[in-house]
Ligand binder design. Structure first.
Ligand code: C5P
Length: 222
């Protein structure tokens, strides 16, 4: 059991990323946004005009990503891709490459190396089930597809990205379907995960619930 790891898994738009970042900041721990690694792999595959059906090429791309995480910015081969990886196309490409075993294998060690004595909040789909099964606290965060689509809509609008709400609900459903039904590390709650439905909760309320659990299960400074 590792008392310095909290995992937060759940479907797209459940608020995992935002909540993981706030929880990590509160605890002074690092954060792993594992979805970003799949988004980067998808973006790189598209940049290189790779064949998305060629699992070996996709695995090679994932294994050779040149990425730097700098002050909240993500650089891919020195180019700032912080916003580019958040587009709906990048999300869909991520979900496609994430179904490939060679890609998941190439990203495994990299993700596990994020766990240091400083403490880690890891968000994704398989953090509690595959990458950090030894985490002392595992959260599975959900929200209805409509609520998640509304949140994503707001986020994308704020960034000035073109977006249509009804197609977002559709895309979110499709992505959930693909993430839950794939054979490699499907999206599912770990048996020992705490389920939180955030549909009717504010970000602060979710954060508070997680911190209360962390005080109970994790190794925190007094
Ligand atoms: O969390 P985010 O929406 O950024 O993730 C993008 C895609 O990457 C997801 O739809 C999912 O297919 C994939 N993913 C994954 N395993 C993770 C994190 C993300 O398969 N741990």
């Amino acid at each position: 059991m590792n008392q310095k790891i909290i995992t937060i898994d759940g479907p797209s738009g459940s608020g995992k990323g935002t909540i993981a970042a706030i929880v990590a900041k509160n605890l002074g721990w690092r954060v792993l946004d594992s979805g970003a690694l799949y988004r980067l792999t998808g973006l790189q595959a598209r940049n290189q005009n790779a064949d998305f059906d060629d699992v070996h090429i996709l695995g090679e791309i994932a294994g050779h990503l040149q990425v730097e995480f700098m002050d909240g910015k993500i650089l891919l081969e020195k180019h700032d891709v912080t916003d580019a990886i958040r587009s709906e196309t990048a999300g869909n490409d991520a979900s496609r490459v994430a179904a490939v075993a060679q890609v998941r294998a190439a990203l495994l060690d990299w993700q596990q190396r994020f766990a240091t004595s400083q403490g880690l909040v890891a968000d994704g789909r398989d953090m509690g089930t595959v990458i950090f099964p030894q985490a002392a606290l595992k959260i599975f965060l959900t929200a209805s597809a409509e609520e998640r689509a509304r949140r994503r809509y707001k986020q994308l609008k704020e960034k000035g990205m073109p977006v249509i709400l009804t197609s977002l609900v559709e895309e979110i459903r499709e992505r959930d379907e693909r993430d839950m039904n794939r054979s490699e590390a499907p999206l599912r709650a770990a048996d020992d995960a705490l389920m939180i439905d955030s549909s009717a909760l504010t970000i602060d309320e979710v954060v508070e619930q997680i911190l209360a659990q962390a005080r109970e299960h994790c190794d925190l400074p007094l």
